[in-house]
Each structure stands twice: as structure tokens, then as C-alpha cells.
Design a protein around this ligand. Structure first.
Ligand code: MN
Length: 267
């Protein structure tokens, strides 16, 4: 995993930004997770991240995902991101790589469609997949472009919605739901460091990010790591409680309905 994240780390100075360096422990999940971060950088875009093989495969979707199957949205493949990045909401300092406000716009679980091997699909340049998020649901495809419409670079893909019950002629409908899936906040509130703190999805609850998380240059320490032995004991002692952290949300129900059959077909 360290090798996969070398590009990500090389682009950032962790003395100056409090973006995760990929060293925090991420909780296990029944299905691979996805997040979409709305990123008000030099140009506004939406970062689609699909958990695979211990990292987030990442694409910057310039106009954001559309619900209309007629829309082809440019999705520029970027470097793999660490899984703890999936809880990142706040501000990257100006002058740093990707400087600007980041909102956790959507998140949930994903699976490739049918029997597709993810590595093969990515290599081939066509990944059909299903999302079970709060805002985005159902079938999508990422297709790598061969032509030179956008300069012919091998990192240009198109994100296209497949026709299904979650498709819509109103392609922008999801984008108008413009609040954080993790905190309910607007971009302005996040930028101001106000409102509710984002609820964690990737990390354990004690890593929760503060509402005023401005990832600035003042050298704030990231939240301290839990003490492993103690933590395990506490977990066991409370394990009779109903599961809440994962698997019991509305999102998870959508996964069971839509993703579980795809997974069964894989076996
Ligand atoms: Mn970005």
C-alpha cells in the first residue's frame, strides 16, 4: 500500500496540511466503500473515490456526476488516495496542493457489476459498477477515453449513468442536494468552520473530525491514536449492543437490495 500512495504523499507537505497521510486505522466494512468529495479548488469539481485493494481509486469529475444517461461527464483519473481521506471535510490551505474547501458530498458502498474483476476492468478501461449512496444509487460506468477530445491523455475517463430506476432526465437533480452527507453543512459553513462535526464513516468514532477543521499551517496535531489493547476490551464488552456504526443504516439497506445480488453472482 505504501508504494501505491507514494504519488499522493509526494504532492503534499504534511507539516502544512492536515489531510490524512494514510497512517490512521480504518474500520473494516462488509462492502467496499465510496465517497464523493465536492472540492472547491481552482476549479470546482467532485472527487469520486472507490475503495479497492486498500486505497481509494480516484477520479476528479469536473462537472459532477449526472443522473441522465445521455450525459458523459469527464472524470480525470488522479493518484490513489488513502482510505482515511474518506472522512476528510474541511479546508486545505491556500497554496497547498488542492487548496480549497472540501465537502463530503456523498458516500456509501459500491461493487463492480457481474463477474468483473476490478483490476482487469480498470486495465481494460471500462468499469461497470453499482453505487449505494445517500445521493447516488444504481448503475454507472467509467470508460477510459481513447480519442483526443480532451488531449488524448490516458487519464481521461467518462462517467456515465446507466438507465435504471435511479436515472433521471434531470441530470443535475442530485447536485442540487448541496449539503454534506456527513455533517449536513453547506460549503459556506464548512469554509467558516461552523455547524455540526462530520460523522466518521471510514475511521473509528474517536477520530471524528472537528467542525472547525481548517487544515492550516499552524501545526495542529491530528487526533491521537487509540490505545489498542484497551480499545479491544471496550469493544468486546459492548458488543451486545445493536450494531449502529455500519450495516444498519438506510444506505446499507439499499446495498442489500441492489448490491448483494451482484455479489452473489460473483461466487
Ligand atoms: Mn480534488
Amino acid at each position: 500500500m505504501a508504494a501505491k500512495l507514494s504519488t499522493y504523499r509526494a504532492k503534499r507537505d504534511f507539516e502544512k496540511t492536515e489531510e490524512p497521510s494514510g497512517s490512521k486505522k480504518v474500520r473494516k466494512a462488509e462492502y467496499p466503500r465510496f465517497v464523493i468529495q465536492k472540492h472547491d479548488a481552482t476549479r470546482l469539481h467532485y472527487d469520486l473515490r472507490l475503495e479497492h485493494d486498500g486505497v481509494f481509486k480516484s477520479w476528479a469529475v469536473t462537472k459532477g456526476p449526472s443522473l441522465n444517461p445521455k450525459d458523459k461527464r469527464l472524470a480525470v483519473e488522479v493518484e490513489d488516495h488513502p482510505l482515511d481521506y474518506g472522512d476528510f471535510e474541511g479546508t486545505i490551505p491556500k497554496g497547498e496542493y488542492g487548496g480549497g474547501t472540501v465537502m463530503l458530498w456523498d458516500r456509501g458502498y459500491w461493487l463492480p457489476e457481474g463477474n468483473e474483476n476490478i483490476d482487469d476492468a480498470l486495465k481494460k478501461g471500462e468499469l461497470k459498477f453499482v453505487l449505494a449512496g445517500d445521493k447516488l444509487k444504481g448503475s454507472y460506468v467509467l470508460v477510459r477515453m481513447k480519442g483526443d477530445k480532451y488531449g488524448g491523455k490516458r487519464n481521461n475517463w467518462l462517467l456515465i449513468k446507466h438507465k435504471d430506476e435511479w436515472a433521471s432526465d434531470d441530470g443535475e437533480a442530485a447536485l442540487r442536494k448541496d449539503k454534506s452527507v456527513a455533517s449536513g453543512r453547506t460549503m459556506a459553513q464548512i469554509a467558516a468552520g461552523k455547524g455540526k462535526a462530520p460523522t466518521p464513516f471510514m475511521l473509528a468514532a474517536n477520530h471524528a473530525i472537528k467542525p472547525d477543521a481548517v487544515w492550516s499551517t499552524d501545526g495542529n496535531e491530528p487526533p491521537s491514536e487509540p490505545k489498542p489493547a484497551r480499545r479491544t476490551a471496550t469493544r468486546r464488552a459492548t458488543s451486545t449492543k445493536p450494531k449502529t456504526a455500519r450495516g444498519k443504516t438506510a444506505t446499507a439497506k439499499a446495498v442489500k437490495a441492489k448490491i448483494a445480488p451482484a455479489r452473489a453472482a460473483k461466487r
